[in-house]
Write a protein of this length. Structure first.
Length: 418
């Protein structure tokens, strides 16, 4: 066997393939954030990226109120100090407050969230008192300010409640609405176009011929992209034809901020994506030392960012989660969060080649406070079923070749993006 074949076999991936960290740095350097913003109503801002720091113009709560149903008292009241019996003189409801001060010997019944008198300094829950007509007897051991929500306890006036670059969730909408803000400035949605390449691919709904496959990658991408605050356009399946593929990419570059293709980035005779990219764009890199997902082309077509993902569906998912999401976040000026990982004990023996990072599909669970993980079995990048059954990745670093059952490994739950 000649030396070239030996090296190819040993490495399996090209030794010039770059690391995940290097790839992410190159992506970050090439991508320029979108500067276009738009104003949307609060209800339409869910999952959008805030284009501004949002500050509260009021205190929350804006008035002292009761944390529970009970009785508001003034602990400095001389009558209370002497006999611990006070007269109920009114009720304060949420939205219908009792606005007078407490006089000597008086208490006011208060509902949860209701305004309490200005000189009240404690609320005693109603289950702790004895009531005979309008005479209320209070227990001992009452603490100053108990069961009172102070002004600005949750949010103070001029406090920043939403940071620029934050992706807004349901809790954020609640906070923003609590300070009375009706409209929000958000980053304008980028347009992401995607297509599949290959003579063997057939659109769902058509009858398969011998040697053909249904195109699952576009549906995988549609599902992944639909979870993001973007506009998407499906350019369909493009056969392995240089002229047609070039036309489609040029069209997409005029309409989209970012283009994603699947297939056609390897070294086969009919893999034309890299060749066309050299002609009408620029390749930044096209091989990464990971599995699955080694052949990944990244660069530009005219002014559009370009990702050429591998053809196998599992590789599509992994490379999308690792690299495309990072690119889209940078494009939208979304704040960065480190990926969420868990340490778990593996029930499976795992193996891989040193020199690359692998993301193996697995199922994890928790028992008696400990996390356990088990491989879904064969890790072929064409096996979409194993991804559907999994709920996490086991991340195996480049210096690992064998993991024995019982060893502790790092896992990345699917509830977060890798």
């Amino acid at each position: 066997m000649n030396e070239k074949l030996k090296n190819t076999c040993i490495n399996e991936f090209d030794p010039s393939a770059i690391s995940t960290e290097n790839a992410l740095k190159r992506i970050s350097r090439l991508i320029k954030p979108i500067h276009a913003n738009e104003v949307v109503s609060l209800k339409n801002s869910i999952n959008r990226i805030s284009a501004e720091n949002i500050k509260s113009t009021i205190n929350i709560p804006s008035f002292k109120n009761s944390a529970m149903d009970g009785y508001a008292i003034n602990l400095n009241d001389s009558v209370f100090k002497k006999q611990r019996i006070l007269k109920e003189v009114g009720i304060s409801y949420a939205g219908k407050p009792y606005i007078k001060k407490l006089n000597k010997g008086e208490t006011v019944r208060v509902m949860t969230g209701a305004l309490i008198p200005n000189n009240a300094n404690a609320v005693i829950m109603q289950e702790m008192v004895k009531k005979i007509e309008n005479q209320i007897t209070f227990p001992k051991n009452i603490k100053l300010h108990q069961n009172i929500r102070d002004i600005g306890e949750d949010i103070k006036k001029s406090e920043t409640i939403i940071q620029k670059g934050r992706r807004l969730n349901y809790a954020d909408l609640g906070i923003i609405s609590s300070v009375g803000k009706k409209y929000i400035k958000v980053v304008k949605k980028p347009k992401i176009g995607f297509l599949s390449t290959g003579d063997e691919l057939v659109t769902v709904g058509k009858k398969l011929k011998n040697g053909q496959l249904y195109d699952s990658n576009r549906y995988v991408l549609h599902g992944l992209l639909s979870q993001l605050p973007i506009n998407i356009k499906d350019y369909g399946v493009v056969k392995d034809n240089k002229i047609n593929l070039e036309k489609k990419l040029l069209l997409a570059s005029k309409e989209c901020n970012l283009i994603i293709t699947t297939g056609g980035v390897s070294v086969g005779d009919a893999d034309y994506v890299r060749e066309i990219l050299h002609k009408i764009g620029k390749i930044n890199f096209w091989k990464i030392s990971i599995k699955p997902g080694r052949p990944l082309a990244f660069g530009k077509v005219k002014n559009s960012i370009f990702f050429g993902l591998p053809g196998n569906p599992v590789s599509v998912v992994v490379t999308f989660q690792l690299f495309v999401i990072a690119a889209i976040k940078k494009m939208m000026k979304q704040s960065h969060r480190d990926k969420f990982t868990i340490k778990a004990q593996t029930k499976s023996k795992l193996s891989k080649k040193k020199g690359r990072v692998e993301f193996q599909r697995a199922i994890f669970n928790q028992k008696n406070g400990n996390f356990y993980v088990q491989s879904t079995g064969s890790q072929g990048s064409n096996l979409l079923k194993s991804l559907s059954q999994a709920n996490c990745y086991i991340k195996l670093d480049e210096n690992i070749d064998v993991v024995n059952a019982g060893d502790i490994v790092e896992i990345i739950p699917f509830s977060t993006s890798i």
